[in-house]
Design a protein. Sequence first.
Length: 220
Amino acid sequence: MSLLVPLYVHPAEDPDAWRLLASAADRIYGVVLNTADGPGTSPDPAFVSAARALRAAGTRVLGYVDLDYGVRPDDAVLRDIDRHREWYGTDGCFFDQVPADRSALPGCRRLVRAARQRGAETVVLNHGVHPAPGYARIADLLVTFEGPWTVYLSSFTLPRWTARHPPERFCHLVYGVPPALARVAEKAATERGAAVSCAVADTLPNPWLAPPPVLFEESA
């Protein structure tokens, strides 16, 4: 099981969290860099240093880019991609709030193509649900669940089309997981067809304030 870790805390506020991610490169698919719901309006030196340390450790760094479910203008999206690359040297993009319906696929395909042309080696699409099957052909990884542990246990379903793709193409992000059940959550993701996941204990409004508990266990 690989970990996709959204860490939405400032490196100056919790430097140990960022150091932990740099020390766990062999377990991590990627770290989502989100300075201000995107790259912000100017480079943040603390995030520059954190991104540099992650890349030096061999950890993929993905710039957070909000699509606002297809409402956000393309030029704003592309500006965020460029800033992530220029300021933080990101390896790819984590597109958040991605629409899941088939009608939005052409627009999303266009943005993914533009991101790759700008140097994005890895593109992750976070739909938070299972999207129309065509999205799997344009991204490296699909986040097909983002939500609380209780919903993950009670309401998750697996569409048939996912069987045409390897588990390495799917990720589940689960929050509100009791720390004692972190390993159970990883196993649940595997059983539900995802080889990439992240299970954390915190909840809304920002569940992603700390690395997943499994990394603390493994570093102890």
